[in-house]
Write a new protein. Sequence first.
Length: 711
Amino acid sequence: MSNGHIHAQAAAKSRVGRPLLSLSLAAMMEEVHAHSGAVYLLTPGEPVLEMAVMAGLPRAFAAPWERVGLSAPVPVAEALRERRLVWVGGEEEMARRYPRIAVVLPYPFALAALPVATATTRFGAVFVTWPASHPPELSDRERDHLTAACDQLALRLERSVEGGHPLRHEPDLTIRLTSDVADAFGTVEAARLVARLPYGLVSLDLHGRVGFANEAAAALLGRPAGELLGTQLWASVPWLNDPMYEDRYRAALISQQMTSFVALRPPSDWLSFRLYPSMTGLSVRITRARAVAEMASRSPRPGEGHSRLVTISQLLSLAGALTEAVGVQDVVQLVADEVCPAVGSQALAILGTQAGRLRLLGQRGYPDARTVERFDGMPLTERTPSTHVLSSGVPAFFDSRQQLEHLYPTREKAPEGFAAWAYLPLIASGRPVGTCVLAYAEPHVFPADERAVLTSLGGLIAQALERALLYDAKNQLAHGLQAALLPHSLAPLPGIDAAARYLPATQGMEIGGDFYDLVPTRPLAAAVIGDVQGHNVTAAGLMGQIRTGVRAFTTGGQPPQEVMGSTNRLLVDLGAELFASCLYLRLDPAHGRAEMARAGHPPPLLRRPDGRVRVLDLAGGPLLGIDAEATYPTTEVEFAPGSLLVLYTDGLIESPGVDLEDALARLGELLTAMGDQPLEYLADELIRHSVAARERADDVAVLLLRALGDG
């Protein structure tokens, strides 16, 4: 580059004798006046790009993308995947197209990514970046040079591989001043000049480490200059230990623009910091803030506000919070709790589409919900900012009520109590999934950097919303399927009183494969309870098939062991690769007996007419669906009038850290203590007193059967 040259930090060389990647990257950057860049190599045998060398910036800035999947939505992967140059002209375009990058690096810079590949072999990709001052379009000269340089690098890599030299990672590159400039700064006169200045001067390298601090800087910072050298300011000066200040350093280095902030040195001294970046590091000028009130209003105390919309640590926190959202209402609540306070808005609405109309997915902060509910069902053909943003994918910002109502005078009257709005398109997987409307109580100017950050937040919200919409759709389908497959009411059985309860798990899809049924066949009757592994639509569907099969085999007159064997073979033949536990009973209340067959299911409890409770030790076979040749022996038990059978799935008794025998003992004690109560009451009490049922880590099904006095 014109004022210096790039050199390797270490002397390690590739086997061909020269740092091929480093030299190629350095020449490429110098020719197009880029200030940072990196070369990625495709990992052998994996669809993964790995950073092989970086120049101009600390590698930590690109840490989230040191290894990226070839299918990842990032420019270098897209460039290699599609074998084309990818250009991103600024922070707004980055926020719109690559929100995951913009949320970590919400700064103004331009980027070009290119493939490194021959006609037959893909080797990797390159990206280079420019300061924010770069024109919004890549020039033909820059495009031609970058393309030619990457093609030449690909040919050199091909020759290197053919020559038996493996491709290796190389030391990252930094900028070193030429000797004449370095010598000038090292003169005694230069030292005297710096010492005479009335303000503080600090030099930071690319990693933010202090390389020089004059006496004035040491006095203002309250630390001896010797203690500052080699450290990062925000790490060695306690009152600068705020992510906001580190964010300013990152912003200056990546944008290559002067940035500034004001910080409070306790107890009451405000200091002004100006950061002047270059490709070798940053020069920091420190002075006392002259207009304390004015400066304090622009840069509040830590915790009271921020010098930019949100700091990088907040953005990462917001991104992490959004990944925890499950359903649509979770997304709405998280945006209200996490995003709105960070960006300073007082209300939000999230809109989607259905059948060509707007749908209000959720809102928070509006005193009168009707002000936003009136948009629900509005045709997308209506000219409103909501419909325009949703259809165009371009955000809209309105600094004041007058601006909004001037552009949209009749169709969308602004809700009372608000004075500025940001309409963010929620675009995921290349298509709009909704619009996020942020409302502000006071007029609010949206500068370019704030618009970019809001747009990138819209991208994160969109990804969370897309997942949530899919989850809600699957959940609705699953619950509908489960409601159709479980009995709506228990069929009356001669000589039997029955009650049942079912609770879905609170994890996953909140649906599972637990099932129960009563089959009224004369002169006998049958009952079944079971549990298909899993909590999804597949488990629910398989549960329905098992329940249908049990009913068919029962109606056909098969004894319990044959019903269980036939159901087992059915499950094996279906090839679902899911297993099921099951307990099947043939009831004969007229003769006071019950015959049971068990397939890996928890044992039932029997309370006798005298109130004593015992766990039934039944013979049994393996889980259904494992072995087509498995047999299921039967056990006959006494079922005299007044006896109570308690059938359940493991969600009633299995809880982390609780022994199953202890859980069964407590269940027996509870049955004894409750006495001869109505079955509906007993069913509720069993659920209420179960620790496992309260935790709801698994589905819970309970079926109670009491033999009546007359058959």
